[in-house]
Ligand binder design. Structure first.
Ligand SMILES: [Zn+2]
Length: 246
């Protein structure tokens, strides 16, 4: 995902500042190319993810409520202890520049993941009547992990965004969380420069703490699980699926 499309390089805008038809055509073509590249990457990584060795390090799941000053969509969010420690560091770093973290989702029980997967498969089946089961699963896997390799079940993955501490407003990320469309691809060229910058800021601050981003979802980050190991090129994962013991 290194080839980023730079709109500012397009010279042929008309006098209203809009793109000419030809330039618009180029943008669409560039977007298609990027989408295909991401989809190929995801298909390849999915194969790798399922084969990655796990050397479980037995870290516990801890409640996100243990860290103050984080916006949450639910009071029942859990992460592995090491992952939450990293989030704590990121929270402090963002605070200095007037920003905060909002977490949408974190650890999921295998039962919950199954429900989300089945729902996604059903949705695609209803839309793509000509595809076979194998093809339907492939499309579904772009946005939802199949239960057997679901990163959220390890406590190493989380979905998050950044918000403005002063106003409480989320930064503009171009698409809503869990909006399963191509503009949600992290490096998609058809979003505004502001959106590109906001996505880049989130990705960079997470990357600094060792997280990897899944390229079809600007909001999804992982550490320690097989998805992380495959994307980062680590030889093994340290977090496998885990259940809550309370
Ligand atoms: Zn996620």
């Amino acid at each position: 995902m290194s080839e980023k499309f730079d709109f500012t390089k397009i010279k042929d805008r008309n006098k209203d500042g809009n793109f000419s038809e030809e330039a618009e055509g180029n943008i669409i073509e560039e977007a298609r190319r990027m989408e295909m590249k991401v989809e190929k990457f995801v298909a390849e990584k999915d194969k790798e993810i399922s084969k990655k060795e796990i050397r479980e390090n037995e870290e516990e799941l801890v409640s996100i409520n243990e860290v103050s000053g984080i916006q949450k969509r639910s009071e029942k969010l859990f992460l592995r202890e090491g992952v939450l420690n990293k989030i704590k560091i990121i929270k402090e770093e963002l605070k200095v520049i007037g920003l905060g973290i909002k977490i949408f989702d974190a650890w999921r029980s295998p039962g919950e993941q199954n429900r989300i997967w089945e729902e996604q498969v059903r949705k695609i089946k209803n839309k793509e009547l000509l595809l076979n089961d194998e093809e339907i699963k492939k499309i579904a896997a772009r946005f939802v992990a199949p239960p057997e390799m679901a990163p959220h079940c390890t406590g190493g993955s989380l979905d998050l965004t950044i918000y403005n501490l002063a106003t409480g407003e989320e930064l503009d990320m171009g698409t809503a969380y869990d909006d399963f469309k191509k503009e949600s691809y992290t490096d998609h060229p058809s979003v505004s420069e502001i959106v590109k910058n906001n996505r880049r800021r989130l990705k960079n601050i997470m990357k600094k703490q060792g997280f990897t981003n899944f390229p079809t979802e600007w909001w999804h980050f992982s550490y320690g699980n097989t998805e992380w190991a495959a994307i980062k090129g680590e030889s093994y994962a340290i977090y496998g699926n885990i259940d809550l013991h309370i």
